[in-house]
Design a protein around this ligand. Sequence first.
Ligand code: SF4
Ligand code: SF4
Length: 351
Amino acid sequence: MAQYRMMSGDKPVVYFVPADRSRAAVGQILETSGFLAGLKPKKKIGLKVHFGEAGNDNHLDPQFVRAAAVAVSYYNLQPVIIETTALYRGQRQNARDHIKLAKQHGFGMENTLAPIEILDGQHGEKFYDVPLDSTLVPKAKLAQGLRRFRYIINMAHFKGHFVAGFGGVIKNLAMGLAAKAGKLRMHSNSKPFVDPEKCVSCGECVAYCPHDAINFVQYVAKIGRSCAGCGGCLSVCPQGAIRVRWDIASETLQLKMAEYCRAVLLGREVFNLNFALRVTPNCDCYPQTEKPFVEDIGVFASADPVACEQAAYDHIKPKLKKLYPHLDPEILLRAAEKINLGTRQYELVEL
Ligand code: SF4
Ligand code: SF4
């Protein structure tokens, strides 16, 4: 385990900067942690960010990303903002519109000093397999472009989530760096299907499918058995007729996210920041600016993603339980600890 992970005891350090001093938090935390000093210069470093869906202004403040870009540049590393396409219908569904939206939300290079790369191709279809010793996720399907990044600063907006309970640094790596094929498998037990009521027989999906899995049956597109579940057709259909069954249970989603996080971490140096600011009931994929359900807390950061997540979660736990009494969001934390992604014990160091 790298030296920057630990204090003198055996608990990982979680750095904390309270909300009223959060503007300076990123530079201060990265410098104090020593994370960047341990990396080889001249390499690319991914700044993993969620830009927020159109209509949602609760996303991460681009100024935090700029601060990270400045900090890594001091160490002669090349910052690149990394993201993937979304599974659901919206402006983040394909790479071109996603980048356009990111710029509208203030993540253009003039503000952040870093270019944007969408890592899973124009329609989210580009992935590579990471084999895992897991019956639930035998192969994680990660965004193909992630292969070029050994170093990542994981910058997550910490908030609630109506299926998992909450979303922070683990979800930002797991869901956020999976290609559409991976997101599909985390959210659904089946392959996409065509809604015959919406299909206008334009043929776009038939021409696109890289596996020739779509044919017309009585003038309506139908997805056949050779579908590889890449998810690309979801963003190709102009009518939104190709759909996902969002039928995964909360527990399974959380267990799968822990495994996907493991796949992302394999062979990478990752430092995690949970921005517990504007903590809303739903995630930033929600197309509305919701009211936070707790006061702004601050920024938590650690090389240990489980400790970082646990520390942020501990600060919202009572209110989150009231918000989602039917969910057990600790399934994720327990699973992540069990598969050695980190520890739920931590030492909080306020800066
Ligand atoms: S792209 Fe959509 S509307 Fe066009 S044929 Fe395929 S399912 Fe039907
Ligand atoms: S039908 Fe299946 S293989 Fe073809 S684009 Fe859609 S998800 Fe991919």
